[in-house]
Design a binder for this molecule. Structure first.
Ligand code: SF4
Ligand code: FE
Length: 490
């Protein structure tokens, strides 16, 4: 059954998720002003699935149950599905101007489904069945699942088993008849607090000595021994100020990252998807990262659409919309943004079926997609800031625009003074101008910059991770053979 957005929020209240922020436990984290925008953002993935205009894109027929499910919990059955995934993410980015968090679970589902099939084939384990049963529950109950991959990693020069503190990589602490006990942490986990469950995966390829670190499993977000420490964002405490919604730029939506700690969490056998078959850790990572690198060709493009629109509005409000350099900058921003979309669509179109039957994206093209994402949003941000002008970072607060305090020679209030000096083209009010500039600030430098800028660099793997994949997949030997043939080199 599809949940409504409201039901999703109510479902979170039933969890005993342990959340800490600013050194304290947050009891009612669902209504906390800093956390709530990120919950609203995930809620959009439920609301759009109920909307007749978008439900075709937002839902799919489950390959496991035949029921209609949210596309965020779907196993892609075709290249059409892969493309629809990217289109759905662009739509959600357009509606939230933020990271809507639910994709990490979707990408984990598709990676784990095909990988567990191949592990079972080699070892006769029961991971694929375990995983299918878990996913059926997720699909039927319409749950949000965090796909947790990135370990703290400690000294990057050392393998997991060589770390002085083994907890820097999630690992199996104890093997029992009925399950395993895991210990460690996952860093910068997108949407972890807002998720009902977590799928934990290894962070990198592993060798035999690291086999206790080659572990994948599912566990409820409020499992005993599990807790989260909230990651703060630029300008986050603005959300605590009264009457500052204009200053927020995007008062409704935001992303969320947290440090997730597994402080001896017991995982029953039925939720284990990998426990020591170390040579498959790399496969899980490569597939998950591939899907998530495809994802960015949708979500970041959607946020880019909002930013381009905001820049065009800012130009209009300044009365500068007819200047040829402004038009050219908007063209350039559009060109860059659509190039990213081309990459997301291309790696989907070139997708292929896995042995388990779900569809995998083209790995080379997905890595090219994400490599461009580490660059183009920065250029789009630069152009948006160029068009917006310095006022986006120097203008007074909403409280000043609202102030009745008389300060002028003739008793003018602070509000009147601000409105007088920040008035621009007659097509807009100063409030409208403020709003759009704050939105640009939010996406380029504020809370949403976590999701649009820095996440473009490091999310789904930092640039070097893609370059390694591009090197592996780029077939330089094949290209050398082409050159030899043309040049007549025997
Ligand atoms: Fe989804 Fe993009 Fe956020 Fe990743 S960064 S969870 S793909 S919205
Ligand atoms: Fe991300």
């Amino acid at each position: 059954m599809l949940m409504t957005g409201e039901q999703y929020i109510e479902s979170l209240r039933k969890l005993n998720t342990r959340v800490y922020m600013f050194g304290e436990k947050v009891e009612n984290w669902v209504d906390h002003p800093i956390i709530r925008p990120s919950i609203n953002c995930v809620k959009v993935t439920y609301d759009l699935a109920q909307d007749p205009e978008y439900k075709d894109l937002m839902t799919a027929k489950s390959s496991l149950t035949g029921e209609t499910i949210n596309r965020f919990s779907h196993l892609h059955q075709s290249t059409e599905d892969l493309k629809n995934k990217v289109k759905m993410q662009r739509l959600c980015g357009q509606k939230t101007a933020s990271c809507f968090q639910r994709c990490v679970g979707m990408d984990a589902f598709n990676s784990m489904f095909s990988s567990t099939y191949e592990i079972d084939k080699k070892y006769g384990t029961n991971y694929h069945e375990n995983f299918k049963n878990f996913l059926k529950m997720v699909q039927t109950e319409d749950l949000v699942v965090d796909g947790a991959m990135t370990d703290p990693k400690g000294d990057r020069g050392l393998a997991p088993h060589m770390q002085k503190d083994k907890d820097l990589f999630v690992h199996i602490k104890e093997r029992r008849e009925d399950g395993i006990v895991v210990r460690g942490a996952k860093c910068h986990q997108t949407g972890s607090i807002n998720s009902h469950w977590h799928i934990v995966m290894p962070t990198q390829a592993m060798r035999e000595e690291d086999k206790d670190f080659a572990v994948a499993f599912a566990c409820p977000t409020d499992a005993e021994g599990m807790y989260m420490i909230y990651g703060r964002q630029s300008c986050d405490t603005r959300k605590l100020e009264p009457n500052a919604d204009i200053d927020l730029g995007n008062a409704q939506y935001g992303g969320q990252e947290a440090l997730v700690v597994f402080d001896d969490v017991f995982i029953p056998n039925e939720y284990i998807f990998l426990a020591g078959e170390y040579e498959f850790a790399g496969m899980i990572v490569e597939r998950f990262a591939g899907y998530h690198r495809q994802s960015y060709g949708g979500c970041k493009v959607g946020v880019g659409d909002v930013l381009i629109g905001a820049a065009a509005l800012a130009a209009e409000y300044n009365g500068a919309q007819k200047a040829s350099h402004i038009k050219d900058k908007l063209i350039e921003m559009t060109h860059l943004n659509e190039t990213l979309y081309c990459c997301g669509i291309a790696c989907s179109t070139e997708g292929y079926p896995t042995e388990a039957g779900n569809y995998q994206i083209d790995l080379l093209l997905a890595n090219v997609c994400k490599q461009n994402i580490t660059r183009f949003p920065y250029e789009i941000v630069r152009l948006a800031e160029d068009i917006a002008g310095g006022l986006m970072v120097t203008m007074p607060a909403q409280a000043d625009f609202d102030s009745d305090l008389a300060v002028g020679r003739n008793g003018e209030t602070i509000g009147e003074v601000c409105n007088k000096f920040f008035a621009a083209a007659p097509s807009c009010t100063t409030e409208q101008r403020m709003r759009v500039l704050r939105l640009i600030e939010n996406i380029c430098l504020g809370a949403a910059a976590v999701g649009y800028r820095t996440e473009s660099m490091h999310g789904a793997g930092s640039p070097q991770a893609q370059r390694i994949m591009i090197q592996r997949q780029g077939n330089i030997e094949g290209k050398k053979a082409l050159a030899k043939a043309i040049a007549g080199i025997k």
